[in-house]
Design a protein around this ligand. Structure first.
Ligand code: FAD
Length: 303
């Protein structure tokens, strides 16, 4: 029996684990991926808004966090596959057979990129359907690309690619972009960016690599195909709540609901970081929430 089971080893989960360990709580962290760090591993730009923690990119900050964990005694299991979570009983069963009971549980499972769910998206992932324009800019240089989404991230990606690609087509569903005005204005006057409002990409086409996208436009009578060699999908994020679905209270967008102590609708089950923070998902917020949950648990257990 552990004092605390933490699901997820992004900044929130790792912060909670470090605090739990400092406070004398016997702690086990379960991470599904091979590497810890969560979204930090997807940040390819400089981090300059985490007070006291500037870094050239997310991996640098992650490495510093991992270095810190080396002086701690909490257990960390990576590549775990959770079979089921019983939040009331505070028990996690793994597909590998382990049955893990605890006194308290912290959900720190973060967010994942929202997918379109269209044909070709998964099949051509990494073969033209790319994760990040910042990371893959050089690989996409000289190619015609399609960016899907109407928010800040899509706009930023389109502008970034507009520096190196002959054509960038930004496809979004709304009448107007939801990206900040500064981005929208730059996009609408950019020499190689074309914006398709009220439009949807319905299929990504290609044998071994992206060759075209099929687009439906409100103004067009039927879908048409456009030749591109790269596709970037930036349509937002959704919370990773699959392992506790139906067991904890969530808001209208599916984020876990917590009180000021980071406690969920079930006693001694806490949620921290982006999975419980729809309004301001940040590294600072995730790390702070980890500290709060750990301190609340420690005081309840008399530590
Ligand atoms: C491109 C990009 C740039 C960003 N730039 C900044 C920035 O400049 N400044 C800033 O403050 N924030 C930035 N962020 C946001 C920041 O990275 C997040 O707010 C932060 O990582 C949230 O931490 P978290 O621990 O809550 O979640 P995550 O980082 O998402 O970590 C969650 C972890 O839980 C694991 N997990 C999920 N489900 C399970 C499961 N069922 N079983 C086991 N493990 C599971 C995941 O694999 C992951 O490791 C950026 C994010 C992105 C994507």
């Amino acid at each position: 029996m552990h004092d605390v089971l933490i699901i997820g080893a992004g900044p929130a989960g790792l912060s909670a684990a470090l605090w739990c360990d400092k406070l004398g709580l016997d702690t086990l962290v379960l991470e599904q991926k091979k590497e810890v760090g969560g979204q930090l591993l997807s940040i390819h730009n400089a981090i300059d808004d985490y007070p006291g923690g500037r870094a050239a990119h997310g991996r640098e900050l992650r490495d510093r966090l991992v270095e810190e964990t080396k002086n701690s005694d909490f257990d960390l299991w990576t590549r775990v596959e959770i079979e089921s979570v019983d939040v009331k009983a505070k028990r996690v069963k793994l597909k590998s057979g382990e049955d893990l009971p605890a006194i308290a549980m912290i959900i720190a499972t973060g967010l994942r990129r929202r997918k379109l769910g269209i044909p070709g998206e998964t099949e051509l992932a990494g073969r033209g359907v790319i994760e990040s324009a910042t990371k893959e800019r050089n690989a996409l240089a000289g190619k015609d690309v399609c960016v899907i989404g109407g928010g800040d991230a899509a706009a930023e990606n389109a502008l970034l690619l507009g520096e190196v690609c002959p054509t960038v087509t930004l496809v979004h569903r709304g009448k107007k972009l939801s990206a900040r005005r500064e981005f929208s204005e730059q996009l609408h006057t950019h020499h190689c960016v074309t914006v398709f409002p009220e439009s949807r990409v319905v299929r990504i086409i290609g044998e071994n690599h992206v060759e075209a996208v099929e687009i439906e436009r409100a103004q067009a009578i039927k879908p048409f195909q456009m030749a591109v060699q790269g596709v970037v999908v930036r349509i937002g994020f959704e919370p990773n709540t699959g392992c506790v679905v139906g067991q904890l209270k969530v808001d209208a967008r599916g984020y876990l609901t917590v009180d000021s102590q980071q406690e969920t609708s079930v006693s001694n089950v806490f949620a921290i970081g982006d999975v419980a923070n729809p309004l301001a998902p940040t590294i600072a917020g995730a790390v702070g929430a980890g500290a709060t949950a750990a301190k609340v648990i420690a005081s309840r257990l008399g530590k």
